[in-house]
Design a protein around this ligand. Structure first.
Ligand code: FEO
Length: 164
């Protein structure tokens, strides 16, 4: 049984994934002209991943006979003081998404919707990886501090971190 409650919450998650995709896209575009080519590519790639998360949810809801509704996504134009600040914002964002996924898993158990519970296992794995990836990058940025050479090397290597 695909409960109305689960459907409403999964649709909210679709809209969060869409917002995530737009956020990464905005950030990629933001850093594109600042010389951080590696970080820029990382953020563009990640925007596509978030879109893929959104697609997975859309297709699941449709498979279960649900009805997807899209919200208007609006990303605020933001000025980031530094690459470190940008990744701090990303980590906060991913942590927020993790708590929402936890909530969805809990809800699927409460509603005894084991199909959705099973479907969400993939999101848990993915979210653990995402949060830890952004945290790893932020930790490296913290280590580097103000060292421009270090940031240059991080930018060069960031795609390797991404593909690990
Ligand atoms: Fe799809 Fe970064 O959560």
């Amino acid at each position: 049984m695909f409960s109305e409650k689960i459907q409403i919450e999964l649709i909210k998650q679709i809209n969060r994934e869409s917002e995530s995709s737009q956020l990464y896209l905005y950030m990629a575009s933001y850093v594109e002209s600042s010389g951080f080519e590696g970080i820029c590519e990382f953020l563009y790639d990640h925007s596509n991943e978030e879109r893929m998360h959104m697609l997975k949810l859309i297709r699941y809801i449709n498979q279960r006979g649900g009805n997807v509704i899209f919200n208007k996504v609006c990303i605020k134009n933001t000025i980031y003081g530094s690459i470190k600040e940008l990744f701090k914002k990303l980590l906060d964002h991913e942590r927020k998404i993790s708590s929402k996924i936890n909530f969805l898993v809990e809800l699927s158990l409460q509603e005894k919707d084991y199909f959705t519970y099973n479907f969400l296992q993939w999101y848990i794995e993915e979210q653990i990886e995402e949060e830890s990836l952004i945290k790893t990058i932020l930790d490296k940025i913290e280590l580097i501090g103000e060292d421009k050479g270090g940031l240059y090397l991080l930018d060069r290597d960031i795609r390797k971190i991404h593909n690990k």
